[in-house]
Design a protein. Structure first.
Lengths: 266, 435
């Protein structure tokens, strides 16, 4: 539906009706009156719908009529008859008949009448074709409108999604850090989640290793705690710190683990 | 002041447009003057059968005097004469025979008017087209006011009505379009006239939910109120609405209220509720999204005014000049002149609630400005004052001087077909800024 800018005290029915009529005209495609549409609707489409009734030899018929007239043959057809007696009488009376009328003009008139018939048929077919094309144009217009509105929708959707992505600065900016530090390309979004989980696993392993080295002594001081990485229940904000140990050299005897950890990072 | 209201039928249960109009006017003028209603014993407008007892009566506190109708209407004769005078050249005698056949033929009523002429200050006649108005206005020269309730149909083109419009003291029009129509037909510019219309008894608190519960109507709907008849444009409405329903699967339902002369289509989105009492009718209007008025001929649609009084928009047939003019002047309704416009306007109303609300606000304001009872009463009283001040001699002389043509002239078939006369009258809504 079209939008109307409506203020309760300034509604103008004349303007609204003008807009409505414009829309009706637009939908209709051509500015026909209701009566004209009714008239068009009453045109018989049987010939068009039923191909058997369409004359296929229209062109031949035209050529035949347009060709130089064979007066002799035309006269034969004019005075001819299937009954021999009638044919004979007509042949005998032909000179008398020619005294009263000019058969040539009669033949011309017959040919002209055939021409008119054929022209009418061509005109009729043209009207039908135009009607069909008009409907097709209208359908295509509707399809274009539909595609255009879908395009609008997708554009809006794309913009909305872009806005959504820009709205996650912490998660989006923090995750690529390790890869960037190594000089590699930033990993895809799914990989970032994997990194965070891997970092978590690494800190758990590191805690286990420290526990083995320290003989089960508890960590001392905040610095130590920091070095141990975040607590398991610490949220995503601590993730960049969990990545820090990657820069540490593998000083520990369990080098295999460390190497393994490094491979995991990759 | 003593007033007589003269109308073809009268009664609390008679709901015809002009008759209801007459009753409302009589009841409201009774607060300012002594009013007597002069009418027939008929209650059916087709047969004019005598159903009320003749003599004095009282309806809602207003004195009523009834006179018998001499004979019932013969539908066949009336149809034959209508065909003759509307569609063929004919004579004045044919038109008078048509008037007799139309009825309600009550010479006793006309005699009473002639006898009571001096007892009343003014006689207010309703509906120009009937026997009582044509003969009654001749019986009370200089004291007759006419509320014509004229529509743009063939009747207005009959030659016998031209002198009727010219011989009354004043014309109380229902709309600007009616005024233009009568002036075009009868050249009645010299006759004092005012566009009055009528008010309505609109309740203050209609209950839309009560209507929905009572009739099991759910969802949004458009309503038609009135006689369901082809003459009222209902056949076209049914055709258009069924096409609209096919194209718009979740759109409005159509609720039809009124007696059906035309069969109502069996369609899941068309509900026929029959004739409803006023309370239900106003509840239905209040519950509806829009009132549809498909009629081609109206002098004033009371139901449209009632819809506006309740703040509801109207979707009218644009080929009716009166309805179209009122929609344009009030900015409270849309109109259509074909299926394309019908579906587009209906969908516009369906999908734009703010427009519906705005049209409703305008409708209410239009009703309050022009059709509230104090305004109607004031217009009548102002006209009576004016007529009392102005001399009536000229009108009396004009009325008395008018004679039917001589016997031979009366029978000459020289009068053109009434429909051809109406065709010559300019069409379209009035552009005047009055009412």
């Amino acid at each position: 539906m079209a939008d109307f800018s409506i203020r309760a005290d300034s509604v103008n029915v004349e303007d609204i009706m003008r807009q409505i009529r414009a829309r009706v005209r637009e939908k209709r495609g051509v500015d026909y009156t209701e009566e004209q549409i009714q008239e068009l609707a009453s045109v018989k489409l049987e010939k068009y719908l039923d191909p058997d009734n369409v004359r296929s030899e229209l062109l031949q018929q035209f050529r035949k009529i347009s060709a130089t007239p064979d007066v002799q043959a035309e006269e034969q057809s004019l005075f001819g008859s299937s009954k021999p007696l009638v044919r004979l009488t007509r042949r005998l009376l032909r000179p008398v008949l020619k005294l009263f009328i000019n058969p040539d003009k009669l033949i011309q008139a017959t040919r002209f009448s055939q021409h008119v018939d054929l022209s009418y048929e061509v005109l009729h077919n043209l009207v039908l074709e135009m009607t069909r094309l008009g409907i097709e144009v209208k359908n295509l217009k509707m399809r274009v409108e539909s595609v255009s509105s879908r395009l609008d929708f997708y554009e809006r959707r794309a913009r909305a999604l872009e806005g959504l992505v820009q709205y996650r600065p912490v998660a989006a900016a923090a995750a690529p850090l390790p890869a960037a530090a190594k000089g590699g390309a930033p990993p895809p979004e799914g990989a970032r989640e994997g990194d965070a989980q891997a970092g978590d696993a690494r800190s758990r392993r590191r805690r286990r290793r420290r526990g083995r080295r320290g003989g089960g002594q508890p960590p001392q001081g905040g610095e130590r705690q920091d070095a141990a990485g975040p607590a398991p229940d610490q949220p995503v904000a601590a993730e960049p710190r969990a990545a820090e140990p990657d820069t540490e050299p593998p000083r520990d005897p369990d080098a295999g683990d460390a190497a393994g950890s490094g491979r995991l990072d990759q | 002041m003593k007033l007589a209201v003269v109308v073809q039928r009268y009664g609390a249960e008679i709901n015809g447009g002009a008759e209801l109009h007459a009753r409302y006017v009589a009841e409201h003028l009774a607060r300012h003057a002594e009013v007597e209603v002069v009418t027939t014993c008929a209650s059916d407008y087709v047969t004019w059968r005598n159903e009320y007892p003749p003599g004095a009566d009282t309806v809602h506190g207003v004195a009523v005097r009834r006179f018998p109708v001499r004979r019932e209407r013969s539908v066949r004769t009336f149809g034959r004469l209508s065909e003759l005078v509307f569609n063929h050249p004919h004579s004045i005698a044919d038109e008078l025979a048509w008037l007799e056949s139309e009825g309600p033929t009550s010479p006793a009523l006309v005699r009473y008017l002639a006898e009571a002429r001096e007892r009343f200050d003014f006689f207010i006649f309703f509906s120009y087209r009937y026997y009582h108005a044509w003969h009654g206005t001749r019986a009370v020269p200089g004291r007759a006011l006419l509320v014509p309730t004229a529509e743009r149909d063939s009747t207005i083109g009959l030659a016998i009505f031209r002198p009727l419009f010219q011989r009354v003291r004043a014309l109380m029009y229902n709309s600007l379009e009616e005024r233009d129509l009568i002036r075009a037909v009868a050249a009645a510019e010299r006759v004092p006239g005012v566009v009055v219309g009528t008010g309505s008894a609109v309740p203050g608190d209609p209950q839309p939910e009560r209507f929905r519960r009572k009739f099991g109507v759910t969802g949004r709907f458009a309503v038609y109120i009135g006689r369901i008849d082809a003459n009222k444009g209902c056949a076209e409405l049914f055709e258009f609405f069924q096409r609209y329903a096919k194209a718009s699967s979740d759109g409005l339902t159509l609720v039809m209220v009124g007696n059906a002369i035309l069969p109502v289509p069996d369609h899941p989105r068309i509900r026929h509720l029959g004739f409803l009492p006023d309370e239900d009718k106003f509840d239905a209007l209040a519950a509806a999204e829009v009132l549809i008025m498909p009629s081609y001929f109206e002098s004033l649609s009371m139901v449209a005014l009632e819809a506006w009084a309740l703040g509801k928009p109207v979707l009218a047939n644009g080929r009716c000049d009166v309805l179209k003019g009122q929609c344009l002047r009030s900015n409270a309704g849309l109109f259509y002149e074909g299926y394309g416009e019908f579906v587009e306007t209906l969908q516009t109303l369906e999908h734009t609630p703010s427009l519906v609300a705005a049209l409703g606000v305008n409708g209410r304001s239009y009703f309050d400005r022009h059709y509230a009872w104090p305004i109607i009463e004031r217009k009548y009283l102002a006209m009576f004052d004016r007529l009392r001040r102005e001399p009536a001699e000229e009108v009396v002389a004009r009325s008395s001087a008018w004679r039917l043509p001589a016997w031979r002239e009366r029978r000459g078939r020289t009068v053109p077909a009434a429909s051809a006369v109406v065709e010559q009258i300019p069409k379209g809504p009035s552009r005047s800024a009055d009412a």
